[in-house]
Design a binder for this molecule. Structure first.
Ligand code: ADP
Ligand code: ZN
Length: 730
């Protein structure tokens, strides 16, 4: 017998497998989807077994090299993941190895770098076959047996504290038995279980899903913030589990907060959680719990779509508009596409999954809403907040008028409202999508701006560390006192969350402020601590970046202030209105979630911008229609698909020349689609690399895929030039 093995080879883009001989001892143990160690030239490599078969030509087989050893005791890539890997490799133009590696936790990747063994605890119990009352025991033996009668099984280390020798004697006599049980590194707190009923509107939506629970339907659940989408998800998952199936719930990484986990653990008991806050060991353990069928529900961020669940009964993607579902580096997949593929995957024994997909959002992506309008997705709506709370009242503050009167970046209206809210003993959230202290420093005399030496970006000042930082490449340097050119003082411009915190302290004396952004959440559990202390009202103002926009539920927050709604709008990207609109709607959704009415103040220099005016009126449909008109004229998604090709090199001339080579090749071969560029990227120089970009606007991927594949292969692993192809980039 022989097998086909996929090994990781650097510097070559090949999905070629190599054939190895399986010896007699290995044969009963080896299965497709396991890792093996094989000889390769002078090296030994790890690889995945993709196929096992009988080789008819024995003389040929004898020439083959043998597998050195088998790494796994069970396949880590099941049939489904094997098929999925091929799909990802084909649709995102990455190697098969890259896509398989992306689906596995670090500890299970081929050529693993971490050696992680499962941990076990030893438990002791009484062997009632050997035990009887007539046997004489000494005092400590009696004590041990008493404890075991009460508790059935007890950890050996606990009994050893009574007497090591007694435990060993009883074990030798077979009166006690030892059993090993896996000790997972991560366990969710077992919350007390609660019950709830859906309200009428939720019930209607739930019924629709329930009626299609054994189909491949995709639902778009468009529900305003606070409408209780999560409660609908929970009821659907409950049914799926009753049917002996399993469920995946994806949420954006930043909303994978203790709050949402708690809501699920107080309703279900068989959950695994996958997110970036876990250590490699913890992720590995969660993965094995799933693979061994010990849990039925997986909650996680993007990559949890690869959870090795069997018999998936529903996939739910919450906040489906969120950009975090798209992976920005290789493989550049989108979790929604993967979910779609899984739904339709022709499973073993040609049995369909028949698994519905639910996409939930208060501000669906234009793509998804357009699909729902064309009945590709089934549209479900939750128009009201649970308990019929009203949506918060939104007021726009025109900073063009207010700026002169304002105290720094705070309009008088905002300051007054914060004070009033705090007087009523209610809480405030202030949102600013920029961390650090000020946006940039400039010399008050010559106008010199401190820039990153590696990137085309001005450095952000962080006051607490007195450092200037590049938010793109991580470069950091101490702040210089004086301008290196003319020895004058620096002035700082723009505002970040750090400065908001500082200014507020001086403006409002009752302010007890806590800040949540990348800089305050570097330590483990920092998120949870901030959220809990704000929930317990140890603080009355929460200042934060988009980290606070999603999924949080603080009932006593009645005022949300947006300090500068224009940051996102000024971004040179065709999606900037859409992302601003959905971000503002998420943020305002944090206000008035309890039983008190909520208010939102939005400071902006563009009060007439439609992303802002439709936000004020809670008018998603109005925004959708307006934005669709623009997309149509400019030939952007969802009317056209987009593919971006970035040509990147430290050598400016090489990058420039190659970008023309690529565009010429494309223009010669692709006739029916729109090819634009090359032009320079938004951030032209990043990490000392010069970056050019070509954009293809296309209707049919089959018109372009072949040529892009050729380009990918041509430039794959070239030393001094990189080409990055990204379908539907964000
Ligand atoms: P969304 O995700 O749509 O923004 P949530 O699921 O967070 O809304 O629900 C908002 C609030 O209403 C939460 O505090 C939630 O517990 C509560 N809620 C929603 N539906 C129900 C229900 N059927 N029973 C009890 N509480 C509910
Ligand atoms: Zn930089």
């Amino acid at each position: 017998m022989v097998c086909e093995c996929l090994v990781e080879l650097e510097h070559v883009f090949i999905d070629k497998t190599f054939t190895y001989k399986i010896n007699k001892e290995q044969l009963p143990l080896l299965k497709v989807g396991m890792r093996v160690v094989v000889p390769f030239g002078k090296q030994t490599l790890e690889g995945f077994v993709l196929k096992i078969y009988e080789n008819k030509d024995v003389s040929l087989e004898n020439k083959l090299k043998e597998i050195i050893s088998i790494v796994d005791t069970y396949p880590i890539l099941n049939e489904e993941l094997l098929t999925l890997g091929k799909y990802i490799s084909k649709t995102t133009l990455c190697s098969l190895m890259t896509s398989y590696q992306a689906m596995l936790p670090k500890a299970l990747k081929a050529k693993k770098k971490v050696n992680m063994t499962p941990k076990y605890d030893t438990y002791i119990c009484i062997n009632y076959g050997m035990y009887n009352n007539d046997i004489k025991f000494n005092a400590s033996q009696e004590k041990i047996l008493e404890l075991l009668k009460e508790n059935k099984k007890v950890k050996k280390e606990v009994l050893n504290k009574i007497s090591v020798s007694s435990v060993n004697t009883l074990l030798k006599k077979n009166i006690l038995l030892e059993e090993k049980e896996e000790n997972y590194r991560y366990n969710l707190i077992n919350e007390e279980k609660i019950k709830f009923n859906l309200n009428e509107e939720q019930q209607k939506v739930y019924k629709e899903i329930f009626n299609s629970i054994n189909t491949n339907e995709t639902f778009l659940l468009y529900g305003v913030t606070g409408s209780g989408k999560t409660n609908v998800y929970m009821k659907v998952i409950e049914d799926v589990i009753k049917n002996n199936k399993t469920a995946i719930l994806l949420v954006p990484e930043i909303s994978l907060t203790p709050q949402i986990i708690k809501r699920f653990t107080s309703y279900f008991s068989n959950i695994a959680v996958l997110h970036s806050g876990l250590s490699d060991g913890e992720k590995y353990d969660e993965w094995r719990k799933i693979n061994e069928g010990k849990v039925k529900i997986v909650i996680g961020a993007r990559s949890a779509i690869f959870a090795p669940l069997k018999n998936i009964g529903v996939i739910i993607i919450d906040e489906e508009h969120s950009q975090t579902y798209k992976q920005e580096n290789n493989p550049r997949y989108n979790a929604i596409d993967i979910a779609n593929f899984l739904q339709h995957l022709n499973y073993l024994n040609s049995q369909y999954h028949n698994c519905p997909l639910i996409l939930g959002s208060a501000t669906p992506s234009l793509e998804s809403f357009a699909r729902a309008k064309k009945n590709v997705y089934k549209l479900l709506e939750l128009k009201n907040r649970y308990n019929n709370n009203t949506m918060p009242k939104v007021e726009i503050i025109d900073m063009n008028k207010e700026f002169k009167k304002a105290s720094g970046y705070f309009s008088n209206t905002l300051i007054d409202q914060i004070k009033e809210t705090l007087e009523r003993k209610e809480q405030v959230i202030l949102f600013l999508n920029r961390r650090g202290y000020s946006s940039f420093l400039t010399c008050s005399s010559c106008g010199y701006v401190e820039k990153c030496p590696n990137c085309d970006i001005s450095l952000t000042y962080h006051k607490s560390s007195n450092m200037l930082r590049c938010h793109y490449c991580g470069y950091a340097t101490k702040r210089k006192k004086l301008c290196p050119k003319c020895q004058e003082e620096f002035k700082d411009y723009g505002i970040g969350t750090e400065k908001v915190e500082e200014e507020l302290k001086s403006l409002i004396k009752d302010a007890k402020i806590i800040r949540m952004d990348v800089d305050t959440t570097t330590t483990k559990n920092a998120h949870a601590k901030i959220i809990n202390s704000f929930l317990e009202e140890k603080y009355n103002i929460l200042v934060g970046t988009q980290m606070i926009a999603k999924g949080l539920d603080f009932p006593n927050v009645t005022l949300v202030g947006v300090l500068n709604a224009d940051i996102g709008l000024n971004f040179p990207d065709f999606r900037s209105s859409e992302t601003t609109f959905s971000l503002l709607n998420q943020v305002l959704g944090r206000s008035g979630r309890g039983n008190k009415e909520g208010k939102v103040l939005i400071q902006t220099f563009n009060p007439e911008h439609y992303a802002i005016t439709y936000t004020k009126n809670h008018d998603y449909l109005g925004f959708y229609n307006e934005e669709m008109k623009i997309r149509k004229i400019l030939k952007y998604p969802p009317y056209y698909y987009i593919c971006s090709i970035k040509i990147i090199s430290k050598d400016y001339n090489l990058a420039s020349k190659s970008s023309y080579d690529v565009v010429n090749y494309l223009k010669q071969n692709i006739k029916n689609e729109i090819i634009l560029g090359p032009s320079v990227c938004n951030v032209f120089k990043l990490n000392n690399n010069y970056r050019f970009q070509i954009i293809i606007k296309y209707k049919d991927i089959n018109n372009i895929l072949e040529y892009l594949t050729n380009i990918e292969h041509h430039y794959f692993n070239k030393k001094d030039i990189k080409v990055e192809i990204d379908f539907n980039p964000l």
